[in-house]
Design a protein around this ligand. Structure first.
Ligand code: ADE
Length: 425
């Protein structure tokens, strides 16, 4: 340890990257006015004084602003990566050196390191767990039962984590309250749709530099993330096909003007495939077999399970890295399939994740979700809770204010009208 190395425990790539991280964190903060207001209030009120908060999140400039906000609120905060490929190493370094927040995250870390960091996070003995994918919660519940009584609750960021928490709840295995951050309108309407939409296309373009105009593009899944991805791909001139298993979402996609068909039919048609379903092996062996030569396949869902890469690896006669985050698998037929970002979420692997302006609202929900857990400590049964509607609306109001946009409010006459049922035609 040199004289300038902080004594704080950490595992980051290179502390010398901190100045660049600082510039980028401050740049992101410009687009995060809602979180800034919360941070200023937390600095005065210290809602987390004496509490340990562990955040397992993508270590980005936006997450840095959340961690700084929690610390301003008095938390003893520690941050680990929620994905081996999503860490921004300069950000991790800066949080350690400039903000004295312990960070355990290195871009490209292997699964063993990732799991070791989850254990380190639990060694911090958290009172609150901010999770993105539910790995920390699943681990504490299975392996550290003796710590459960210290945990006030968790906040979960992503659809995949919510599905996992619901499965735990249905199994009677969820021991504390869990705030469903994803459920807030100010989260999923914007982060999942516009955030995923823009950052996914950004990741595809940064890794391949392909022209999207005229490319037949299959978007697998038409949830909020799929809607955003399909919308932005169309905006760039792609000819978009949607595949779905949910009949209602499939109708939505049709009426939004997309072609909808089963993957078996779409597989031979497309130049580019993007998975955003949260489910396993939505692109698999039989699909690779019929793809066009040079078809590009990537994932923007939380876990790297959506593309059956094992089956592709087993078939391939050669695997070649052709650009950063871009690997070409040669098949016995002579055709190739190109996989981006090792099948991990391409928006964070090859680009910088969702832009700050949407993460502002997501992380405002996270910060206020943690405060809600503290304010209601001991009053909430184990289970899933949504951010209260008035908090969701307040975040939206603050966001509009930050954007310099004013809106109307109901007149007395309108309030009376919508509250009465006697007046008809
Ligand atoms: N998830 C998607 N984009 C993100 C970002 N920029 N920061 C943290 N988590 C994210």
């Amino acid at each position: 340890m040199t004289a300038t190395t902080p004594r704080l425990k950490h595992e980051v790539k290179d502390l010398a990257l901190a100045p660049l991280g600082r510039q980028r964190i401050e740049w992101a903060a410009r687009e995060m006015p809602v979180l800034k207001q919360i941070r200023d209030r937390f600095a005065k009120e210290k809602p987390f004084a004496g509490l340990r908060i562990v955040a397992c999140s993508h270590v980005t400039t936006e997450t840095a602003n959340l961690a700084i906000t929690l610390k301003a609120g008095g938390a003893d905060a520690l941050l680990i990566a929620s994905n081996p490929l999503s860490t921004q190493d300069d950000v991790a370094a800066c949080l350690v050196t400039d903000y004295e927040i312990p960070v355990f995250a290195i871009k490209g870390e292997d699964n063993e390191t990732y799991n070791r960091h989850v254990q380190i996070a639990l060694d911090h003995r958290p009172n609150i767990i901010i999770d993105d994918g539910s790995d920390v919660v699943a681990t504490v519940v299975q392996e550290r039962k003796e710590q459960l009584s210290e945990i006030i609750g968790t906040t979960e960021e992503t659809t995949t984590g919510i599905v996992r928490l619901r499965a735990m709840l249905n199994d009677g295995a969820l021991p504390f309250p869990a705030m469903n951050i994803n459920d807030a309108d100010t989260k999923h309407f914007f982060d999942n749709r516009y955030g995923t939409g823009q950052s996914t296309l950004d990741g595809i373009i940064r890794s391949t530099n392909v022209l999207l105009a005229g490319k037949t593009t299959v978007v697998v899944g038409y949830g909020w993330c799929g809607k955003g991805t399909a919308m932005r791909a169309r905006g760039l001139g792609a000819n978009v096909i949607v595949t779905e298993i949910d009949p209602i979402k499939a109708i939505e996609a049709v009426m939004d003007g997309f072609r909808v068909m089963p993957m078996a039919e779409a597989a031979p048609l497309a130049d580019l495939f993007v998975t955003v379903t949260g489910n396993k092996h939505v692109i698999r062996s039989e699909h690779f077999d019929v793809m066009k030569d040079g078809a590009i396949v990537c994932n923007s869902g939380h876990f790297d399970i959506e593309i059956d890469l094992k089956s592709l690896r087993e078939k391939a006669t050669e695997v070649k890295n052709v650009r950063p985050f871009t690997e070409e698998y040669r098949l016995p037929s002579g055709k190739s399939v190109v996989v981006l970002g090792e099948g991990r979420l391409i928006n964070l692997a090859a680009a910088e994740g969702h832009p700050s302006a949407v993460m502002d609202m997501s992380f405002a929900n996270q910060a206020l979700g943690c405060e809600y857990l503290v304010k209601n400590k001991g009053k909430l049964e184990p289970g899933m809770y949504s951010i209260p509607r008035e908090v969701d609306e307040e975040i939206a109001r603050l966001k509009l204010q930050g954007m310099g946009i004013e809106i109307d409010s109901l007149t007395e006459e309108q309030i009376e009208y919508i509250n009465s049922w006697t007046v008809g035609t």
